[in-house]
Design a protein around this ligand. Structure first.
Ligand SMILES: Cc1cc2nc3c(=O)[nH]c(=O)nc-3n(C[C@H](O)[C@H](O)[C@H](O)COP(=O)(O)OP(=O)(O)OC[C@H]3O[C@@H](n4cnc5c(N)ncnc54)[C@H](O)[C@@H]3O)c2cc1C
Length: 260
């Protein structure tokens, strides 16, 4: 998320001043610089590429994210949201050290699970696998399952509109987003989380954030639609003698009650 509200800092003094103010307001432990910027913050899951940044910021509240955006906008410093850094395409990092990375790792609260409404409102840094564990106790699941679910976070899943192994049956992550809370580049906090299934007020500016790769703001929370979890699953390898037969099998399986 690049800022356009001010000129970029032209010397290291401006950068040092920004980082000092961030450390004062967020706490020194929330601002990683120098050798502390290492591991998953700069290397994505594949380790194919290494990013660089002025600092890694680890806010623990929406207010802290908002303040980061305000201060970085004023200083003309770009902000890159980062979740589990499993995206594999370099979206959560940058090659030049002229921006800050905002890690959502500490925004990990499950704000609420509503079994009657079949929704969960969670902060952006909740790891998918942790959400599934929490939902299992309610007989519910979030119908997105991907190989990176032990690291990928809800904010990353929504921002990449991730698919996963259940995508044909249930659709992509965006299909299960009921509402979003987001911090804009100037620090304003906007939210479309209403808890209502039927909410056709529009236009909804937050819809653009689904699959937006962090270009429109930093997502801080999402209200997600859930499905009942199935007690049992079965996997079968079926040999088909041609494409038409495979499609016929697909139609048959999709038509079964369990795929509703
Ligand atoms: C083993 C493995 C299997 C995978 N399988 C699949 C698969 O089946 N289907 C699939 O679609 N993908 C798959 N992926 C890719 C990846 O896991 C997904 O894209 C995942 O959604 C990324 O989540 P993340 O939290 O790691 O996001 P990151 O990699 O941290 O970020 C991804 C993008 O989202 C932005 N972003 C992150 N958090 C926020 C936020 N809070 N607000 C705004 N923007 C944000 C980042 O700036 C970046 O542009 C797989 C990856 C691995 C390593």
């Amino acid at each position: 998320m690049m800022q356009d509200t001010a000129s970029p800092p032209d010397d290291s003094t401006a950068t040092a001043s920004l980082l000092r103010q961030l450390a004062e307001e967020l706490g020194a432990a929330s601002v990683l610089t120098g050798d502390a910027i290492a591991g998953p913050y700069v290397e994505d899951w594949s380790r194919d590429r290494t990013g660089r940044c002025l600092a890694v910021l680890r806010p623990d509240s929406v207010q802290a994210v908002s303040r980061i955006c305000q201060l970085c906008a004023k200083a003309g410093v770009g902000v890159i949201p980062q979740g589990g850094h499993t995206g594999l395409v370099g979206g959560a990092q940058r090659e030049t050290a002229d921006c800050v990375v905002v890690s959502t790792a500490r925004l990990k609260a499950i704000r609420g699970i509503d079994p009657d409404n079949m929704t969960a409102t969670v902060e952006a840094g909740v790891v998918l696998q942790n959400l599934q564990v929490a939902l299992a106790g309610h007989g519910l699941e979030f119908p997105v399952s991907i190989g990176s679910q032990g690291s990928a976070q809800i904010g990353g899943l929504v921002s990449t509109n991730a698919g996963g192994v259940q995508v044909v049956r249930h659709g992509m992550t965006g299909a299960h987003v009921q509402g979003l809370e987001m911090v804009l580049a100037d620090g304003r906090v906007i939210s479309s989380i209403s808890g209502l299934h039927k909410d056709n007020r529009g236009p909804d500016p937050l819809r653009i954030a689904i699959g937006g790769e962090g270009a429109f703001g930093i997502m801080t929370a999402a209200c997600l639609r859930l499905t009942p979890s199935h007690g049992t699953t079965a996997t079968a390898y079926v040999g088909c003698d041609g494409f038409d037969a495979a499609l016929a099998l697909f139609r048959h399986v999709r038509g079964r009650p369990m795929s509703a």
